[in-house]
Design a protein around this ligand. Sequence first.
Ligand code: ATP
Ligand code: MG
Length: 395
Amino acid sequence: MAEFDTVLIRYGELSTKGKNRKDFTKKLLQNIKRMLKQFPDLQYTRTYDRIYIHLNGSEDIAELRRLLSMVFGISSFSFTEKVKADLEVIEATALRMAQETKLSTFKIVTKRHDKTFPMNSDGINRAVAGVILKNTDHKVDVHNPDFKIRIEVHEDAAYLTSEKIPGAGGYPTGINGKVLLMLSGGIDSPVAAYELMKRGIEVEAVHFASPPYTSDNARKKVMDLASLISIYQGRMKVHVINFTDMQLAINKAAGDPYSITLMRRMMFRIAEKVAENNHCLALATGESIGQVASQTLESVACINSVIHMPVIRPLVCFDKIEIIELARKINTYEISIEPFEDCCTIFDPKNPVTKPVNEKAEAYESRFDYAKMIEDCMNSRFTEVIHPAVQEEYL
Ligand code: ATP
Ligand code: MG
């Protein structure tokens, strides 16, 4: 009977050295433990270039695999099985590992620590490879195999390590500072959150709501999205701003075609203040160049010019199709397409300007006391701490 012994975790982009490396592995271990908190009996070891998780043999391996593949900073991982040091058992276990993979060519790499074992390493390699060749379509490639099965033979047991399972890549979330993401109920901004977290950035969110024009359902939708993406960092703060009066004032002052430009300039001004108050070093959005009128380069320039803080736009060069694919992968798509009005869509102008200029935007803005209204928006702020969705619900 096989027994799962350890999970071997390899790190990704680890060009950083010294203290950075230590911070990286420390944070990674913390994030792995958080992701696997439903398995309280696991033991962990951290070495210079690996993390090992010691299993008890009773864990749900498929679940472990699913959860680990969502932890940023892991480049790949493998499961090790502990079996009886007996050639037939070793062969059967290796065969099952080979049958479980979709990869094609393989190599067996054996280390015989127990020199009393009745076959040398080369003999074990050949015997095990022979069984796999006979029972599967896999081919041997000793120089450039798609996967390796590693076998260590000790006196009390043999250890077989499976193929490398791809990890999520990137950096451990939280290692690279914090940004404030403008989170709408749309498809793009949750995907932007995912990309930021993958870069090791912690994400806090700000959402602009315009009740009663936007409904409670619209707000719940945003919180559901926040809950789904908070899986990757543990929890997420969402600041909700009441934007109704500001939006009405903008409509009165500007109207078509500058209302969207003004609305977004106000959103950026408010978001910058929220970011400063919450130690976020940059803003982020789900904008993608050319997608809509407010995302032409001219619009981006005109809107961005009202603030100083850097704005990160992870999706700036993504096609909508690519964004949708990612949204499906992280399970946010189905929620994002629920038909609740966002504050942007409520006052949707018929002919939004595609090449706004600062002078005109400023002229419209001079028609009302927006600084005071920004203060009011800031005072309306309500902060919720959102926890990860019960993951199974969405899978
Ligand atoms: P999304 O799918 O993210 O809603 P979109 O294609 O609908 O994007 P816009 O509505 O122009 O594009 O919004 C662009 C970006 O502005 C969004 O990705 C988000 O970062 C931000 N944003 C838009 N509406 C809101 C809102 N109500 N609250 C907070 N941020 C918003
Ligand atoms: Mg939107």
